[in-house]
Design a protein around this ligand. Structure first.
Ligand code: BGC
Length: 350
C-alpha cells in the first residue's frame, strides 16, 4: 500500500491521539518479556537494539504523504535485510504553528511510521533533529523542543517500549555543555511526566562527540537513558567533498588507512571505559561515508565494516546513516540494496 491510502485509513481509524498497538508480532513479544522482567534499565534496551538504520530525514513524505519515496514495504525490506531498528529523523519545527503546536497531518504521518515500523518487528527511535536551529539559538529553540516533547510524550505514552525518544540530535556551537545540560534539566522531567519507563536517548555536545561524554550531566537516579555518540572519524575521509561540511569542499582522494582503523578501535575503547565507569549503555547512532564526491566504494565499505565491527566488539548497538537520500544503503530508485555497504553492515546475510 502507498502512504496516501494508508494515511486515509489511519485518519479514519485513529480516534484517540495514541499509537495503536501493533498486531501480535516480534516487537510485542519483546515488550511482554521485558515488562515481566520489570522496566527501567537502558541496558536491556541496548541489548535488543543491535543493528539499525536512519530513515526519512529528507523524504518529501513529511510535506506531502502522496510524494513519499519511502513506502510501507521498505520496513519489511529493512527487517529482512537484517536490521533490528530504525532511527526516525524528524525536523519537526517546520511543522509547528505560531503556538508551537504540531500539524495534525504531520503527526498522523508519524503515527503511521511508528506503527508500521513496529508491526514490521523493528524498534523505533524518535529522533528530534532540529540540531542546527537549536545550536544556533538555544534560547529560541528551548520552548519549541519542550513543546515537541510535551506533545510527543503525551501522544506516545502508550506506545510499546520498543519506541525510544532521542531528545535532540547533535547539539553544538552555542549549545555547549553548560547550556545543553541546563536544557536537559528541563526536558527530562517533562518527558518523564508522561513516559516514566520509556528509554531516552541522549548524546553529548560538539555533534555527539565521544570526547564530550564526560561533560554530559544526567540525573543519577534515572537509569533508563541510553547515551549516544556519532562516529564520522576520520572526518576528512567520511566527508571529503561534502558541500555542507566545513572546509571539505575540494577535499578528495583521502584514503581510509590501517591507522584510521586503529584510531577507531582506540576511541571505542575510551567510550567503553566511560560506559562501564558510569554504568550507562551506549548507542552509536550515526556513521557513514559520503558517496557523491567519488570516494571509492571499496574504501567506503572498509570504513563501514570497521566501524560496524568495532561497535559490535565494544557492545554498542549502532545505526547507519542512512537508508535513502545520501550515504545510502538502499537505492530506492532501482529498488535494491547498495550491496557493498549492506554487506559491510550485515555480513553473512544474502
Ligand atoms: C545530518 C545530515 C548529514 C549527516 C552527515 C546528520 O546528522 O542531519 O544532514 O548529512 O549528519 O554529515
Amino acid at each position: 500500500m502507498r502512504y496516501r491510502s494508508l494515511l486515509s485509513a489511519l485518519t479514519m481509524t485513529l480516534a484517540a491521539p495514541v499509537v495503536a498497538q501493533p498486531a501480535a508480532n516480534h516487537a510485542t513479544k519483546q515488550v511482554s518479556a521485558s515488562a515481566a522482567a520489570g522496566s527501567g534499565s537502558a541496558w536491556r534496551t541496548a541489548a535488543r537494539l543491535r543493528r539499525g538504520v536512519n530513515i526519512l530525514g529528507y523524504d518529501p513524505l513529511w510535506r506531502d504523504p502522496a510524494k513519499a519515496r519511502f513506502q510501507t514495504r521498505h520496513f519489511r525490506i529493512i527487517k529482512q535485510g537484517g536490521f533490528d531498528f530504525v532511527r526516525v529523523v524528524l525536523q519537526s519545527f517546520a511543522h509547528m504553528d505560531a503556538q508551537n503546536r504540531l500539524d495534525p497531518q504531520w503527526l498522523a504521518t508519524l503515527d503511521r511510521v511508528v506503527q508500521e515500523a513496529t508491526a514490521a518487528g523493528l524498534g523505533v527511535i524518535i529522533d528530534e533533529h532540529d540540531f542546527d536551529p537549536c545550536s544556533d539559538a538555544p534560547d529560541a529553540c528551548e520552548p519549541k523542543l519542550a513543546a515537541f516533547w510535551t506533545q510527543i510524550g503525551e501522544r506516545y505514552r502508550n506506545a510499546p517500549d520498543t519506541v525510544l525518544f532521542e531528545l535532540l540530535n547533535e547539539p553544538h556551537g552555542p549549545l555547549d555543555r553548560a547550556r545543553w545540560n541546563a536544557m536537559l534539566r528541563t526536558l527530562i522531567p517533562l518527558v518523564r511526566a508522561t513516559n516514566p519507563t520509556r528509554t531516552l536517548v541522549i548524546g553529548p555536545t560538539r555533534w555527539n562527540n565521544l570526547e564530550e561524554l564526560s561533560g554530559l550531566e544526567l540525573p543519577k537516579d534515572d537509569r533508563n537513558i541510553l547515551v549516544t555518540f556519532h562516529s564520522y572519524e576520520p572526518f576528512r575521509f567520511t566527508h571529503q567533498g561534502a558541500p555542507w561540511a566545513k572546509d571539505m569542499v575540494g577535499v578528495k582522494d583521502v584514503p581510509f588507512t590501517a591507522d584510521d582503523e586503529a584510531r577507531i578501535k582506540a576511541d571505542y575503547d575510551k567510550v567503553a571505559l566511560w560506559s562501564k565507569a558510569n554504568d550507562r549503555p551506549v548507542l552509536m547512532g550515526e556513521f557513514g561515508a559520503y558517496e557523491k564526491s567519488g570516494t571509492p566504494m571499496a574504501a567506503r565499505a572498509r570504513y563501514t565494516a570497521t566501524v560496524r565491527r568495532e561497535a559490535e566488539a565494544h557492545g554498542f548497538p549502532w545505526a547507519y546513516w542512512q537508508f535513502d537520500s545520501d550515504f545510502i544503503v538502499y537505492d530506492i530508485d532501482s529498488d535494491q540494496w547498495v550491496e557493498p555497504i549492506r554487506a559491510a553492515l550485515i555480513p553473512g546475510r544474502r
